[in-house]
Design a protein around this ligand. Structure first.
Ligand code: SAH
Length: 418
């Protein structure tokens, strides 16, 4: 009896090992299990708990994730703030929404990421807008425990036609959570919905498409490709375009809408390629388009053997490295496809090459592409560095959120000149 009284009287708190407070003081939002000396008071899954140093100083508030290596997701460094109330989260959401207002204001784009988790001060929450539908991912114990609260807040602040849940990302496993998808509020989805991005139309399958349906992070890079195609077309040469790892063909749609003459899409997913066809049609772009539903590694070699060449190539593969241990193998994969793509470029051709693996740094990626270029023997320049769009911001306290990197490379023309 006495033991029980003492136990419940203990305040809930996480106490660090001596000397482990530096990352928290720099406001990094992840507290790893290895830095924790003990957890007092038996907090519930997802509870808001204060974190203290070994010396007893308050450091931060976090959502407790007992089954994850990231034992707490930190979201406030203010000891006295009224944290974790509906008003607190409403303000965080409003700040994130306000930051996207200009992107959506011009009326040429009605799809973007509205909330990017830790980088917007709301760990574990992803919110994407697709026209009048909103897709949500609750990816941590803290967010799962607040599903009702955030559903209510998003419904109130965004007033969408449909609020749909896609909590089916890989990271859920690491949190010890199961996936959950389905309608949260509003009208049920009836097939893919149509969005507008930079004035172009795309169908997005919110129920079973990749991520929350579309690679929103590539928006500015698709525009860069459009600019490159348009510049070539305006100078009298309508370019040929090869879109590798095409998914629903978004880069190809931009290219064809801005002056490309021919398009080849490669992707293993026949459903994605089929939706890509509809995307071309939605923009009035039927024409010289070829879809190859096969493994890109083999197709690139086959195209090279057939003597096919292209003016612009996009390489946007899925994540090859899921953690540090995959980096070596992933690097070989990136090198292989970049080598093949550089061989497939016409003289003066341009390669848009990407990696979305957080574990591959931009420096390493540039080295890999350099290695590939060296092996082709083609003189190659970098003419652009690309990143994720501004609706996927990177909090300076959380550099891990910078995951997408890309290079625009140009090979020498037929005179050997760049
Ligand atoms: N560029 C696209 C996103 C590409 S996502 C966009 O902007 O929308 C990566 C795509 O690669 C997925 O559609 C997946 O189906 C495809 N893919 C994965 N492995 C592949 C392989 N070995 N060969 C061809 N396609 C592959």
């Amino acid at each position: 009896m006495e033991t029980k009284t003492r136990h419940t009287a203990q305040p809930q708190r996480v106490i660090l090992k001596p000397g482990r407070e530096a990352a928290l003081q720099r406001q990094h939002p992840w507290l790893f299990s290895g830095g924790i000396a003990r957890v007092q008071g038996d907090p519930e899954l997802g509870a808001a708990v204060p974190v203290y140093s070994a010396d007893g100083d308050f450091l931060a508030w976090g959502h407790y994730s007992p089954h994850s290596q990231i034992r707490a997701r930190l979201f406030s460094w203010d000891a006295d703030a009224a944290i974790d109330t509906p008003e607190f989260w409403r303000q965080r959401l409003q700040r994130a929404l306000a930051a996207r207002a200009t992107l959506l204001a011009a009326g040429r784009t009605n799809a973007c990421r509205l909330v990017y988790a830790e980088s917007d001060g709301i760990p574990g929450l992803i919110v994407d807008r697709y026209a009048d539908a909103v897709v949500v991912q609750f990816l941590t114990a803290g967010m799962t425990a607040r599903r009702e609260l955030f559903t209510e807040l998003l419904w109130e602040l965004l007033a969408p036609r449909t609020l749909y849940e896609r909590s089916d990302a890989d990271v859920l496993q690491k949190e010890g959570l199961s996936s959950r998808t389905g309608l949260l509020r509003g009208a049920p989805l009836a097939g893919p919905i149509e969005i507008l991005e930079n004035g172009l139309r795309f169908f997005v399958d919110l129920e079973s498409g990749h991520k929350t349906g579309f690679y929103l992070d590539q928006r500015p890079n698709r525009q860069r490709l459009a600019d490159t195609a348009a510049a070539s077309a305006q100078s009298g040469h309508a370019p040929s375009l090869l879109n590798v790892f095409a998914y629903t063909g978004s880069f190809g749609v931009y290219g064809m809408a801005h002056g490309a003459e021919t398009l080849v899409n490669i992707d293993t997913s026949t459903e994605a390629l089929a939706l890509g066809r509809e995307n071309l049609a939605a923009n009035g772009l039927e024409g010289a388009v070829e879809d190859i539903a096969d493994n890109a590694f083999g197709v690139l070699r086959a195209l090279r053997e057939e003597g096919r060449r292209f003016d612009i190539i996009v390489l946007d593969p899925p994540k090859f490295a899921f953690s540090q241990k995959d980096v070596h193998k992933a690097s070989r994969g990136y090198k292989d496809i970049n080598l093949q793509a550089l061989h497939l470029l016409n003289p003066g051709g341009v390669l848009f090459t990407f990696s979305c693996s957080g574990a591959i740094s931009s420096e390493l990626f540039q080295k890999i592409v350099f290695g590939a270029a060296l092996d082709t023997g083609r003189h190659t320049q970098i003419i652009g560095w690309l990143n994720q769009g501004c609706d996927h911001p990177v909090a300076l306290t959380f550099p891990e959120s910078a995951y997408l990197k890309g290079l625009i490379c140009r090979v020498a023309d037929h005179r050997g000149q760049l």
